[in-house]
Design a protein around this ligand. Structure first.
Ligand code: PLP
Length: 384
């Protein structure tokens, strides 16, 4: 099987599992306990936090461990909006982009339904990018928080985060970015990016599912979503997932060791794959930005097919990929991301996304490109 669905999830790396193992077995203490086992767990958690902070270029106290990317997004969007509105009731707007993951979009919808917020959606251009001009237009003095994802999960387009963050700061608006897909591939230095909050998920990086991080800059007001014993400096109560935090910290460090070289290699493989598919499949269209995109994502529409039929055919040929977002898999509705890019709904329904991790090889992608040619040809011939 050639697994080209790394944007959905990745297997746990051996080194990550090895680093986690002690905290699942012998060193199983609760970090809040005042005995040797508890202290060992607390030390491991503190080390993991420092390790993550080193990659993010921030202070350890600015790192909150969560149960994944979805929780980190919820905590950022709801937590900042609600905290700021409590301090100043005039702050009743949130800005999101038109291509956000449901974890961000639905958090904004919640604010609209239950806290009276108005959602301002900033459109994207045909490549999936938010332009600074369009972004500036939707920022107002009433904006409580603005959030634009770093890189899109369906088409891989990368946003000009530093530029967008700078624009929000001119108005004193905190800026959050969902970096779940960018993590491991793009620079995560929070100072250089100028972000106030940033979400990361472990399972896209070779750590287990159900662990994530929210970076929130020290001064950022943040109302917790989960109340209880006050763990994570009161930002996220609940006994900490020590092994998950250690796993995430290890995976993040490994992803950024030799990352430049890895990024160059995978980008070159991606471009060869894109050319092979565009050259081999008549009518195939690349979606997203042609070059400002994740090294790990190649996404297409194959007009005259159904994306789901192409996926089934590809799986029969040994290639596993997806139609876009794993969250929307199985849904008949055209992807809101692709329609936001201006793709016609009937074409959006023919979308297929190939996403790789850093272990992908030239041979795998050559075989996958040949499989795509044959799968699309067969689906078209069958009229499916
Ligand atoms: N944000 C983006 C861009 C994603 O791609 C995903 C997962 O697919 C998430 C958030 C949610 O992360 P998690 O699966 O850790 O909840």
């Amino acid at each position: 099987m050639i697994f080209l669905d790394a944007a959905a999830t990745t297997p746990v790396r051996r080194e990550v599992l090895d680093a986690m193992w002690p905290y699942l077995t012998g060193e199983f203490g609760n970090p809040s306990s005042h005995h040797t086992l508890g202290e060992a767990a607390a030390t491991a958690l503190a080390d993991a936090r420092r390790t993550v902070a080193a990659v993010l270029g921030c202070r350890a106290g600015e790192v909150t461990f969560t149960a994944g990317g979805t929780e980190a997004d919820n905590l950022a969007v709801k937590g900042i909006a609600v905290a700021r509105q409590a301090a100043d009731p005039q702050l009743n707007r949130v800005v999101i982009s038109a291509v956000e993951h449901p974890a961000v979009e639905e958090s904004a919808r919640y604010l609209e339904r239950f806290h009276g917020f108005i959602i301002d959606v900033v459109p994207v251009d045909g490549t999936g990018q938010v332009t600074p001009e369009a972004f500036q237009k939707v920022l107002t003095p009433e904006t409580a928080v603005a959030t634009v994802m770093y890189a899109n999960n369906e088409v891989g387009t990368v946003q000009p985060i530093a530029e967008l963050a700078a624009l929000t700061h001119e108005l004193g608006i905190p800026f959050h970015t969902d970096a779940v897909q960018a993590a491991g591939w793009l620079p995560l230095d929070t100072k250089a990016l100028g972000v106030d909050a940033m979400s990361i998920s472990g399972h896209k990086l070779g750590a287990p599912k159900g662990c994530g991080v929210l970076f929130a800059r020290g001064r950022t007001k943040l109302e917790p979503l989960i109340h209880g014993g006050g763990q994570e400096r009161g930002r996220r109560s609940g006994t900490e997932n020590v092994a998950g935090a250690v796993g995430l910290a290890t995976a993040l460090t490994l992803a950024y060791a030799g990352q430049e070289e890895q990024r160059r290699r995978v980008t070159a493989l991606r471009d060869t794959f894109i050319s092979a598919v565009l050259g081999g499949v008549p009518g195939a269209v690349l979606t997203g930005h042609p070059s400002v995109r994740l090294p790990s994502v190649a996404s297409f529409c194959f007009p005259g097919t159904s994306g789901e039929s192409v996926l089934l055919e590809l799986e029969r040929l040994g290639v596993v990929c997806s139609s876009g977002s794993a969250c929307a898999a199985g849904s008949d509705a055209p992807s809101p991301v692709l329609t936001a890019l201006g793709v016609a709904p009937e074409v959006a329904q023919t979308a297929v996304r190939f996403s790789f991790d850093a272990t992908v090889t030239e041979a795998e992608l050559a075989a996958a490109a040949a499989a795509v040619e044959s799968a699309v040809g067969r689906v078209r011939a069958l009229g499916a």
